[in-house]
Write a protein that binds this ligand. Structure first.
Ligand code: ARG
Length: 564
């Protein structure tokens, strides 16, 4: 589409009093294809050109030189609508996809700029919950989206590996711990110990005192405390990594909360020296009254530092280390106040880049089927969800395609894809009601629906033995073919938009649309049985669809099986 946009700039630039960058920025996509492929609004020109936008549009449309990239340029109210030359559009688009393959859609707009993405961040010794799943899949997808735009990305897993809960865990482990069980299923076991601690603490308040003193020992670098903490951390991390492997997710850094221990004192004194702190009830705080927020706590009366202290320190460290263009925190909406406080303190400290720190919040997931939410307390275990999804996908495949060879592998791709897509296809800010039947519905707006379109194309291409061959894409002139072409041509636009608003749902929507356009086309237009020249052009078209479905699913972190 860039080629067409550039041409519009060329055409308009001699006639309007604004530069081509502004023309480019003002260009819109009309809501329906009947209104053309691009619309240029003339409102801004009215003042300088001393005429009404409607008049300007109609006069310009008359006077613009002809271009072989556009079949028609016409005024409609205050807009000039541009209709691409269908043959040209089909030619450049299909050719670009088939030539660039997995590079198709990528841009270089972010070159030389770094985006830091803080995502996943589960807590050591606690189960990887469904909230962390949301952060993981949204963060991973944003990472892929920015990468596709040419940015350098740094994915950070800010592990919850520090805090008073480790004092409790050490006490519980020393009192009731069983080494064999710890090795066998570390997270479940550690979580059990944690729950037991809270239960027994009620009857025996002295436990709380012991926990505090163990955490103090840990903070002071006591060897035995340190070793236990390290062991809990390593065992938990190994389990988390198993889940990341299942999801195909990786990180550039695992610098969690504990990493900042040695830097905290410096950060705190920096805030103090700037005269931003006060003592309140023995605690060190930064008042945020002017900002209309409760104060940000930096140090408790007993000297312990807090979650916010570590986030403050981490932000400064990361800016020094990466000099980011933007830093995204993919964390639940329940932490909105926390991030507002941290960003406000950074601004008070005079860091202009605090404006470039963004909290990317998301809502909660509820489960329609009550069963999933009760294995332990109210926590949903992520692995249970993924296993369940795989199992259900396998049942469906069993019914649909019993002869499929690598059923287990495909079931995993479809099941996990369904869970990821079920999350990402929703506006992230909304709460989701997770419904197994819905996310696995092959005909709904789901991963299996998109994956199935992909697999179907692979199957058609397998049957076309002489493919790839020579093709003439200018033969793709029907409305169905054009609808597919136009959607293919807009892939980069979708990526840009997704990054603008930090919402992978834009890509999910795009993929459902593309798969639907393909299905409509395939229903109307024979491919394998078309006359030879047309057959080749249509094979090229569906091969391009296959490629873009694959590229788009990859942006969401979803695999695309060739058969299912
Ligand atoms: N561990 C935290 C939690 O589970 C999330 C951390 C998010 N990242 C951050 N920099 N605060 O709630």
């Amino acid at each position: 589409m860039q080629m067409f946009r550039n041409e519009i700039c060329n055409l308009l630039s001699g006639f309007v009093p604004i530069d081509s960058q502004q023309i480019m920025a003002d260009l819109e996509t009309p809501p329906t294809a009947e209104m053309g492929d691009f619309a240029f609004p003339c409102f801004k020109l009215a003042k300088e050109m001393r005429n009404s936008p409607v008049k300007i549009a109609s006069e310009l449309a008359e006077r613009l030189p002809v271009s072989d990239l556009f079949a028609c340029i016409e005024a409609r109210g205050p807009y000039i609508n541009f209709f691409c030359n269908r043959q040209k559009l089909a030619l450049v688009t299909v050719h670009a996809v088939l030539e660039q393959q997995e590079e198709y859609g990528k841009l270089q707009v972010g070159q030389g700029k770094t985006i830091v993405i803080d995502f996943s961040a589960p807590n050591i010794a606690k189960p990887f919950g469904i909230g962390h799943l949301r952060s993981t899949v949204i963060g991973h997808s944003l990472y892929q989206i920015y990468l596709a735009l040419g940015y350098q990305c740094v994915g950070i897993n800010h592990l919850g590996d520090w805090g008073t809960q480790f004092g409790k865990l050490i006490v519980a482990y020393l009192k009731w711990g069983d080494d064999a069980r710890l090795e066998e299923d570390p997270i479940t076991y550690l979580y059990e110990l944690y729950v037991r601690f809270h239960r027994e603490e009620e009857a025996e308040p002295v436990l709380a005192e012991e926990a505090r003193s163990w955490f103090k020992r840990l903070e002071d670098g006591d060897e035995s405390a340190r070793l236990l903490w390290q062991r809990f951390r390593e065992l938990s991390l190994a389990e988390f990594k198993r889940i990341y492997n299942l999801l195909g997710v990786r990180f550039d850094s695992y610098q969690g909360e504990s990493f900042y221990n040695e830097l905290l004192a410096d950060t705190i004194s920096q805030v103090e020296e700037q005269g931003l702190t006060e003592i309140s009830a023995g605690a060190l705080i930064v008042s945020l009254e002017e900002q209309g927020m409760p104060p940000c706590l930096l140090r408790k009366q007993d000297g312990a530092t807090l979650y916010a202290t570590r986030d403050l320190c981490a932000a400064i460290y990361r800016y020094q280390t990466y000099g980011f263009e933007k830093m995204l925190y993919v964390v639940g909406a329940d932490q909105t106040l926390h991030f507002q406080q941290v960003f406000s303190v950074l601004k008070k400290m005079g860091y202009a880049w605090a404006e470039r720190c963004v909290h990317v919040p998301f809502g909660l997931i509820g489960f329609k089927e009550g069963k999933m939410s009760t294995r332990q307390g109210t926590l949903v275990f992520l692995e249970d969800v993924l296993d369940r999804a795989t199992e259900l996908a396998l049942q469906i495949i069993q019914e649909k395609n019993a002869g499929l060879e690598n059923k287990a592998e495909v079931a995993r791709q479809v099941g996990i894809g369904a869970v990821i897509f079920g999350d990402l296809s929703n506006d992230r800010v909304k709460n989701i009601e997770f419904d197994w039947e819905k996310v696995l519905d092959f005909t709904g707006e789901t991963a299996p629906y998109v994956q199935y379109a992909h697999a179907r194309i692979c199957s058609i291409l397998r049957k076309a033995e002489d493919w790839p061959g020579r093709y003439d894409a200018t033969l793709l002139g029907t409305d169905e073919e054009q609808a597919v072409v136009r959607t293919l041509a807009r892939f980069s636009d979708a990526i840009v938009r997704a990054a603008e608003i930090d919402k992978p749902s834009v890509i999910a929507r795009y993929l459902v649309d593309l798969a639907a356009e393909f299905n409509k086309f395939y229903h109307q237009c024979p491919v394998l049985h078309a006359e030879e020249k047309l057959r080749n052009a249509r094979l090229a078209l569906i091969d391009a669809v296959r490629q873009v479905l694959l590229n788009g699913l990859a942006l969401l972190g979803i695999a695309a099986p060739q058969e299912m």
